[in-house]
Ligand binder design. Structure first.
Ligand code: KIV
Length: 271
């Protein structure tokens, strides 16, 4: 039987075992109880309480605007819904970069107040001391390299990253450093597929790709994007598995017309 089928709760060691056995890891975002409940029951391996909540839930233009308290709130809602999936929470921008003490304090708050299983932190060598301190405190960390949305102002766009030799070399070195620091997995966002393959083969921890090709050990998407709830985001790497925005609009219009015509509620829908 596969690891995916036999496991009751997905832990970091389960994810490592899946890589060893060549089983692909599935990961999706969730930010609230209802969605997390559906995603978990569907059998996903990892649920990411992403700081993409800033865009998807709050309508902010970038992920930089979400606060630690808001991330903790989203994480609490998700954790209450999940029994099988591993729940990983994004460390938001501005709460870990300035000092190791700040990093451990913020990390401990997320873990203690939400009951999540681990954290995801954007960055390589530059934030390694902070990541190391958090891991030393007993908190599992998933790294995140390539396109790092929290650094968008530095680059000025969400374009493909590590598309030249020196950036690709740094990314591979960063991946090895994150593994050596004790990260249990690594997200690779929007980098050339060939580079993602090379990273995946160079480290023993699982890689989870988004816009990074098919050779990574797993895949992650924003659930609202893949379900077609958010129709405005159409990158090449996104596959849509449903068109829920259209279905929801149709259902809501149907309801409006039923209310207007007096068809709703009928005799069976009242006391
Ligand atoms: O916040 C997020 O949703 C993410 C994924 C895109 C990996 O970091």
């Amino acid at each position: 039987m596969s690891v995916h089928t036999e496991i009751k709760k997905v832990t970091t060691s389960v994810l490592r075992k899946m890589k060893t056995q060549g089983e692909k890891i599935s990961m999706l975002t969730s930010y609230d109880f209802s969605m997390a409940s559906i995603v978990d029951k569907a059998g996903i391996d990892v649920i990411l309480v992403g700081d993409s909540a800033a865009n998807v839930m709050a309508g902010y233009p970038t992920t930089l605007l979400i606060t630690l308290d808001q991330m903790i709130y989203h994480a609490q809602c998700v954790v209450r819904a999940v029994s099988r999936a591993h729940v990983v929470v994004d460390m938001p921008f501005g709460y870990y970069e300035s000092s190791e003490a700040d990093a451990v304090r913020s990390a401990a708050r997320i873990m203690k107040e939400s009951g999540a299983d681990s954290l995801k932190i954007e960055g390589g060598e530059e934030v390694l001391p902070c990541i190391q301190k958090i891991i030393n405190a007993g908190i599992p960390v998933m790294g995140h390299l390539g396109l790092m949305p929290q650094s968008v102002n530095q680059y000025g766009s969400y374009a493909l990253r590590a598309n030249n030799e020196s950036e690709a070399k740094k990314l591979i070195e960063d991946a090895k450093k994150l593994e050596a620091a004790g990260c249990y997995a690594l997200v690779l966002e929007k980098i050339p597929a060939e580079l993602a393959k090379k990273v995946t083969e160079s480290i023993s921890i699982p890689t989870i790709g988004i816009g990074a090709g098919g050779a990574t050990d797993g895949q992650v998407l924003v659930v609202h994007d893949m379900l077609g709830i958010n129709k405005g985001f159409t990158p090449k790497f996104l596959r849509r598995y449903a068109n829920l925005a259209d279905e929801m609009t149709e259902a809501i219009q149907h309801y409006i017309s039923d209310v207007q015509s007096g068809d709703f509620p009928n005799e069976n829908e009242q006391y």
